[in-house]
Design a protein around this ligand. Structure first.
Ligand SMILES: [Zn+2]
Length: 269
């Protein structure tokens, strides 16, 4: 997300908006203020809070909030460049450049909200502190607050903002911790390792994304079932937890143990 933010900051603030929309009915989540209220205004830049991108107008009146979820993609198109035929959301700037949101998935999950700054602040209030640069002391406090398994806890935006399931896989592997380990049972040394892994992995991802790397080059564990672990060569394993698939190395992370599926449907039975 931070790589998106950096790439979009200049193009979105270069010119005022001349046309807001169209927006897919499932993508635009708000109707008041209406989308055309953006027209004639200019963004001050791109900001980020957790996995959400924020585009405040430079008059301080409105904030466009975008959450890409898993499959949304946001692109700044220079003037004259042909965009997708059916964008989920699009803004056109004076001079002809565009900001275009596309989502390849059948089910539209990415969202766009046009909010007042007050409503945006309320929307973001429930987010936990940013993952990047969190540090071991604060991370330890979050871990000890309540007992949760590490993978879902890292992904919980109310606890820590900015980590999705892919980076939870990468971070836990780098920290040599089981995705199922209980947060309250971590030693201080393990918390330190997790804090370091969070920083190092998120920075590694950011650098690769900024260099234009695709998923295959970015992820070393996520979506790598049966590929050799880059540390110990053991084949990467997967396990279904609730509605997510977790990837891990059974040698580096679980002391050789194979984790059992815990699907939501089974848990509810
Ligand atoms: Zn390994």
């Amino acid at each position: 997300m931070e790589a998106w933010r950096r790439a979009l900051n200049d193009p979105v603030s270069a010119f005022p908006i001349i046309k807001a929309g169209p927006a897919h009915i499932a993508t635009l989540k708000t109707f008041d203020p209406p989308l055309p209220a953006l027209e004639g205004r200019r963004f001050s830049g791109a900001e980020r809070r957790g996995k959400r991108l924020l585009f405040p107008t430079d008059d301080g009146e409105l904030v466009l909030l975008i959450h890409l979820m898993t499959s949304g993609r946001l692109k700044a198109l220079p003037a004259g460049e042909a965009g997708p035929k059916m964008p989920a959301f699009s803004l056109e700037f004076d001079g002809g450049s565009k900001l275009v949101l596309t989502e390849a998935a059948k089910r539209k999950r990415a969202g766009v909200w046009l909010l007042t700054p007050e409503a945006a602040a309320a929307e973001l209030e429930h987010l936990g502190p940013e993952a990047l640069g969190l540090g071991a002391a604060e991370l330890g406090e979050i871990m000890r607050r309540e007992a949760h398994r590490l993978h879902p806890l890292l992904r919980n935006q109310k606890a820590i903002a900015g980590i999705g399931r892919a980076w939870a896989n990468e971070i836990l592997h780098a920290a040599k911790l089981s995705p199922y380990a209980l947060s309250t049972e971590l030693t201080n040394e393990q918390v330190e390792r997790l804090a370091t892994a969070m920083d190092e992995e998120l920075r590694r991802g950011l650098a690769l994304r900024e260099a234009g790397a695709k998923d295959e080059r970015t992820y070393r564990v996520h979506n790598r079932l049966a590929a050799p672990c880059h540390v110990c060569s053991t084949p990467i394993a997967q396990v279904d937890f609730e509605e997510h698939t977790i990837y891990y190395c059974p040698k580096c992370q679980t002391g050789g143990r194979v984790l059992k599926d815990r699907r939501l449907s089974r848990l509810l039975r």
